[in-house]
Design a protein around this ligand. Structure first.
Ligand SMILES: NC(=O)C1=CN([C@@H]2O[C@H](COP(=O)(O)OP(=O)(O)OC[C@H]3O[C@@H](n4cnc5c(N)ncnc54)[C@H](OP(=O)(O)O)[C@@H]3O)[C@@H](O)[C@H]2O)C=CC1
Ligand SMILES: O=C1O[C@H](COP(=O)(O)O)[C@@H](O)[C@H](O)[C@H]1O
Length: 510
């Protein structure tokens, strides 16, 4: 039985809900010719502009090696917006300019400084600058070094902040080394490590749901929760990113960062206040409470998969090894499933089943919390079958929202039971407005100097530490952790069921 859409009454007229624009500042995008810039950053900047959430005095400077004039870059911006059906105004476009150059040459940073001075004068950005490194990770250090040597990271009269994209390092050792070398040039207070999942409305809502209501938290522990299932499924394949992805794979691309952050929000203890360090302290504590993989039988708790050619003639797709730019003998995983436990008082014995992959049946990210069965049924004589267990479903995307399944009496004279799926969609809540994209929220926070939703280095390292035994076992091709194959658009490798108590349970259908 599915309920009609719930009536949503939305009352957000409080002061706290009023968003305000940051003070003057320039946004400098390194990697301005790249995929992330076009698909995510430019639309996010435009959306902030439309919502009057960019500084009144702002400018955007693109930097990359590709030769382009300011006009060419403005044309790229215009085209990137047209893809989304947005026609930008000249008022918006004339704030954009471009600096071409190599990151190893001091001259690039000298010309960037000249451009920053110009926009300060013309657009009133007052020397404040947010540097967004939308770049392959190998370039993070050279760029930060170049900025520092040019004096662009000094904060005497203006602020300077750096957004660093993921992945932060390739493993624990490289993440530690990267952090050490960046710290030579920037302070932690200037470092904004972005994990765009933390900017998603529905991901942030996990905290609100847990800590702004009194009905969930008393049940949020091993006494009442049987298992938690976190799925991030993508329909897309590797697309044009094989150069990066074939070296990274799903564990580094999705698990070490987005999946662990979502797990943390579900499982963390409440911070005393929602402030950057109090909140991030709790995240760090949680990640370090995850049962170490070292010493566990990795074959029982993990599956790595790679997609092969689709077997569905209506939905043809090449196998991963045939994708452009992928090594034809690639061992890179495009799918990972893991069973994790959190060794603390609250979560003793509760399995967290987690999976993510590319070329799965559809795009779908959700967290399903299954509550334990009722301790005793008073309805046994009339209903010998067990009741369905309650499930709280948090849908991250698409159709953001949440659902709760409960057992109810079906109308009629008999005592018949039905499962009622109560469903709530964010789109109803938003009354026709679009849900802001994650990058909008995070760019805005960085302009405001709020680090709460950015990842602190200790949590990055704790997460790498957790996965190192798995990475080592995969690198060594140990027999108990084989690469399993799944047809594109299937539910993933069949071996995934094995980690659900030897196949006695089932994953939710994607
Ligand atoms: N694309 C996405 O969906 C997502 C990306 N990210 C992260 O964002 C960052 C950027 O990603 P994306 O835009 O896809 O990357 P791209 O591969 O599109 O690269 C971005 C730009 O970097 C420059 N570049 C590429 N290789 C080199 C190199 N070896 N040396 C110097 N410059 C180089 C190129 O510009 P030019 O040649 O003009 O200098 C390119 O336009 C990465 O860290 C990625 O992990 C995170 C989440 C999602
Ligand atoms: O960080 C990444 O995320 C995207 C998926 O993000 P979503 O917001 O569309 O869910 C993924 O496709 C990409 O490989 C990864 O680098």
């Amino acid at each position: 039985m599915s309920a009609k859409p719930m009536t949503v009454s939305y009352n957000c007229r409080e002061q706290l809900c009023v968003e305000s624009a940051p003070g003057p500042g320039a946004i400098v995008i390194f990697g301005a010719s790249g995929d992330l810039t076009k698909r995510k950053l430019l639309p996010a900047i435009y959306a902030l502009f439309e919502r009057n959430l960019l500084p009144e005095k702002f400018a955007v400077i693109g930097v990359a090696r590709t030769e382009m004039s300011n006009e060419d870059f403005q044309e790229e911006v215009r085209e990137a917006m047209l893809v989304n059906g947005d026609t930008v105004t000249e008022e918006f476009l004339h704030r954009f300019s471009y600096v071409a150059g190599q990151y190893t040459e001091a001259d690039t940073f000298a010309r960037l400084q000249t451009e920053l001075e110009r926009v300060s004068e013309v657009h009133g950005t007052e020397g404040n600058a947010l540097f967004y490194l939308a770049m392959p990770p190998t370039m993070f250090e050279p760029i930060v070094k170049g900025l520092a040597e040019q004096g662009l990271l000094e904060e005497e009269e203006a602020w300077a902040r750096v957004i660093i994209e993921k992945p932060f390092g390739h493993d624990l050792e490289s993440a530690v080394a990267l952090d050490k070398s960046l710290k030579r040039y920037i302070k932690e207070s200037q470092t904004y490590r972005i994990d765009h999942y933390l900017g998603k409305e529905t991901v942030q809502n996990i905290l609100m749901l847990r800590f702004a209501n009194s009905i969930f938290e008393p049940l949020w522990n091993h006494t009442y929760i049987e298992k938690v299932e976190i799925t991030v499924a993508e329909e897309l394949g590797v697309e044009k990113r094989a150069g990066y992805y074939d070296k990274a794979g799903a564990l580094r691309d999705m698990f070490q960062n987005h999946m662990v952050q979502m797990l943390s929000l579900i499982a963390m203890e409440p911070p005393a206040v929602f402030e950057a360090d109090a909140y991030r302290d709790e995240i760090a504590k949680l990640i370090s409470s995850i049962r170490p993989l070292e010493g566990q039988d990795l074959g029982n708790i993990s599956v790595r998969g790679q997609y092969v050619e689709s077997v569905d003639s209506d939905r043809p797709a090449a196998g991963y090894r045939k994708e452009e730019g992928v090594d034809p003998r690639s061992q890179t995983e495009t799918y990972v499933a893991l069973k994790l436990f959190i060794d603390n008082w609250r979560w003793r014995g509760v399995p967290f089943y987690m999976r993510t992959g590319k070329r799965l049946p559809k795009k779908s990210s959700e967290i399903a919390i299954t509550f334990k069965p009722i301790p005793h049924s008073i309805f046994k004589p009339i209903r010998p079958k067990d009741f369905n267990q309650n499930v709280l479903l948090l849908r991250m995307q698409p159709h953001e929202g949440m659902g709760l399944s409960i057992e109810v009496k079906a109308p009629g004279s008999k005592l018949c039971v039905n499962t009622l799926d109560m469903d709530f969609s964010y789109s109803d809540f938003m009354q026709g407005e679009d849900i802001p994209d994650a990058y909008e929220r995070l760019i805005l926070d960085a302009l405001l100097g709020d680090q709460t939703l950015f990842v602190r280095n200790d949590t990055v390292e704790a997460s790498w530490q957790l996965f190192m035994p798995l990475i080592r076992a995969w690198d060594a091709n140990l027999e108990n952790v084989p690469l399993c194959f799944y047809p594109a658009f299937s539910e993933g490798p069949k071996e995934t069921n094995e980690i659900l108590e030897g196949g006695s349970l089932q994953w939710r259908k994607i």
